[in-house]
Design a protein around this ligand. Structure first.
Ligand SMILES: CC(C)(COP(=O)(O)OP(=O)(O)OC[C@H]1O[C@@H](n2cnc3c(N)ncnc32)[C@H](O)[C@@H]1OP(=O)(O)O)[C@@H](O)C(=O)NCCC(=O)NCCS
Length: 184
């Protein structure tokens, strides 16, 4: 029995201003126009996806795990609470590790909703949930010039590492790295 078997399905998460709703294939209709914006790709590469592309991507993602079962996938659409407008999305890929689990996280907020602290607020809720379920290592991969994403990573308590993956810098918080608290 792998460590990942203990993980539940993606839950609804709520913050002060936001609701994180587990991704569904139907969200593609709403997400395609929201994310149809070249600016969102300035640092992550690629281009905006069509509704059909998003629908097939979401259909793969909602399976919740990789083909071999080594990874668990958690995806959320981020909404303004009460108002209900979709403003972005957050995701986590969880793999099992020697002493627990490691989660790689990412976030996107539509341009018209940026600079309201939504990325910080949504990612913090996601990371808290991941930690509660045993993710002792949190990573994010960020373009070295992407100030907004770097600020989000810092707010989550991640620190920059020297590791680069496809031009992106790995940011990391490792609860095991600190080791046991020292005795007085
Ligand atoms: C990165 C992104 C999600 C930030 O979303 P956001 O909701 O605007 O972020 P927040 O409002 O929570 O702001 C977080 C921090 O970034 C800063 N920030 C936001 N936009 C910024 C900008 N254009 N330039 C510099 N700093 C910026 C904020 O001031 C804040 O800093 P603080 O915590 O020191 O106050 C958004 O820019 C985005 O979706 N970009 C495109 C997709 C992407 O590249 N995702 C990253 C993949 S890891």
């Amino acid at each position: 029995v792998g460590v990942l078997d203990g993980w539940p399905d993606t839950p609804v998460l709520a913050t002060e201003r936001l609701e994180l709703e587990p991704l569904r294939v139907e969200h593609a209709e709403e997400a395609a126009p929201l994310f149809d914006d070249e600016r969102l790709h300035a640092f992550i590469g690629g281009r905006p996806a069509t509704v059909d592309e998003l629908r097939s991507r979401y259909a793969r993602q909602v399976l919740g795990h990789s083909a071999g079962g080594c990874e668990r996938w958690f995806n959320w659409i981020v909404r303004q609470r009460g108002i209900g407008a979709a403003v972005g999305a957050v995701q986590a890929t969880v793999v099992s590790q020697r002493n627990g689990a490691a989660a790689d996280v990412a976030w996107v907020i539509a341009s018209s909703y940026q600079r309201h602290g939504y990325a910080r607020e949504a990612s913090a809720a996601m990371v808290a949930w991941l930690r509660d379920h045993g993710a002792s290592v949190i990573t994010a991969h960020i373009h070295p010039d992407h100030k907004a994403s770097i600020a989000v990573a810092r707010a989550l308590g991640l620190t920059r590492t020297d590791v680069k993956v496809r031009g992106e810098v790995r940011w990391l918080a490792d609860n095991h790295a600190a080791g046991p608290a020292s005795q007085p």
